[in-house]
Design a protein around this ligand. Sequence first.
Ligand code: ZN
Length: 165
Amino acid sequence: MAKIKYCLHCGEELSVKNINGKTYLACSSNNREYVHWDNPIPVVAAIVEHQGNIILARNKKWSPRMFGLITGFLEKGESPEKAIIREVKEELNLDARLEIMIGVYPYPEQNQLFIVYHMTADGEIRIGEELAEVISSPPEKLRPWPLGTGLAVKEWLEKRGLKAS
Ligand SMILES: [Zn+2]
């Protein structure tokens, strides 16, 4: 994620400031102080079930053996539900329905917050331009990764009585 260096209001360089024991970038050059709070960014994610299998995707920027859920940012004014339906369409060309919201998972490593859904989807998979490839896996063969959306996969498997291996 790009780091902000300059004040959005006056263009002065931001300086480090301590507020309640945490470190922020801030500008005090004008009367109204600007603090770059760097709040976590919400990211929607989906366990997409297609013909009984779960679709995992590899982003073009990822290493060859790295696969994950379908994820994306919300557009301006967009609800999380609309956003994840749009992302599944854009990235897989599938028409997806929300089944359940699995949960909300902090991902401090990237200053993000995942909102994770289980969705069922119909159609022919055709991958979008952000993806290198997808794989489809029976749910019981999923091996959840120990952070971020992997925690949602683990919980979802457990709720279905499938032990995460
Ligand atoms: Zn300023």
